[in-house]
Design a protein around this ligand. Structure first.
Ligand SMILES: [Zn+2]
Length: 352
């Protein structure tokens, strides 16, 4: 791999800070602020393995994906009522506005809530209300996706899919699988995904994060996912790379997430640059900003620092996100026109 030669100049840094953005791979529960987590745990009388913000931060260090998932599950139990979800969504919406995000697709993971007897429709109604309030105040627009934990198996997915359909009036536009990829391949979910598409939901899947190319092949060919969460292990299979290119499949890459969970062993080993250079459509995302100590602007800076991305490249990944989004085609075009015009003004002002 050639060494990146792009410098993060003050002008490029300012451009990253101020450029309008789109984020497609983001979990509501993974965006909870540490203080909010503590507040909700106290109010709902839920015991979590931390007493203060420093305690929460201490937990957010993992050796691997399994450990991350364990911490995640333990902390997310603090979120219970529709009002709690509203607060999470409102705070995330405000946060996205600080990152100059204009449009985001946010995943909610229903199973971990359903198993605790949380009323999912109440949760989604609260989530929608929180994002609506953030939109009124900041203009940021959000659509929602159900991200089903694949470890719970396809049988249980049918009931959750029904809930997802009932939640469509609240802005749920997509169905996805996430959770533990090891031992849980995509193929058994084929019928559930077909039913989701039939119901008018868009589909995507986490794949090729901790499991190799086979998982991505299944997500693309069997589940017919237009977008793949992560998909970084596709780099191990040149035939798959060509297939993704031909199909126009979008890989929603979250570099810091991959480093924290060990999905990538180092920045040098992370294949973002190689995927991008191979002509695969990639976007850059935060995944779980709280759990991976990041923001979208930070991820863009890291893309400059570690992968040599230029301003042009960052504009390209933003364009990829607009046209890879689940917005209707006409809205994608309108959103891009708005973003493109703003970027042109900003580049002229900053000279980047
Ligand atoms: Zn994810």
């Amino acid at each position: 791999m050639s060494k990146p030669t792009v410098m993060l100049t003050p002008a490029l840094d300012a451009f990253i800070e101020r450029m309008p953005k789109v984020e497609l791979h983001l979990h509501l529960e993974g965006s909870i602020e540490s203080q909010t987590l503590l507040d909700l745990a106290a109010r709902n009388k839920i015991e979590i393995p931390a007493q203060n913000v420093a305690g929460v931060e201490q937990l957010l260090r993992y050796r691997d994906f399994g450990e991350f998932l364990t911490v995640y599950m333990a902390l997310v139990r603090a979120v219970v009522t529709g009002e709690d979800f509203e607060r999470l969504a409102y705070e995330l919406g405000r946060h996205l506005a600080t990152q100059r995000v204009r449009y985001a697709e946010v995943m909610v993971s229903p199973m971990q809530h359903i198993l605790r007897d949380v009323d999912m429709l109440e949760a989604i109604a609260g989530t929608a209300a929180g994002f609506a309030r953030a939109q009124r105040e900041t203009g940021v627009r959000v659509n929602l996706a159900f991200d089903f934990g694949r470890q719970y198996g396809p049988e249980r997915a049918w009931h959750v899919l029904e809930v997802a359909q009932q939640a469509m009036p609240y802005g749920v536009v997509a169905w996805s699988i996430g959770g533990n990829e090891i031992g849980n391949p995509p193929e058994p979910f084929a019928e559930v995904f077909a039913a989701a598409r039939q119901a008018g939901l868009q589909v995507m899947a986490h794949a090729g994060e901790v499991v190799g190319p086979a998982s991505v092949w299944g997500a693309v060919d069997v589940l017919q996912s237009a977008r793949i969460g992560h998909g970084i292990r596709a780099i191990d299979d040149p035939r798959l790379i060509a297939h993704l290119r031909t199909r126009g499949t979008v890989l929603d890459v979250s570099p810091s997430s991959n480093l924290y969970t060990g999905a990538a062993s180092s920045w040098t080993m992370h294949p973002l640059r190689r995927l991008y250079d191979a002509g695969v459509i990639v976007t850059i995302n935060t995944d779980d900003p709280t759990f991976f100590h990041t923001t979208l602007s930070s991820e863009f800076r890291l893309a400059v620092k570690h992968f040599g991305f230029t301003a042009d490249d960052l504009v390209q990944v933003t364009r990829n996100a607009v046209f890879g989004s689940f917005l209707p085609a006409a809205e994608q075009v309108a959103l891009w026109q708005e973003i493109e015009a703003e970027i042109a003004t900003l580049r002229a002002e900053l000279g980047v």
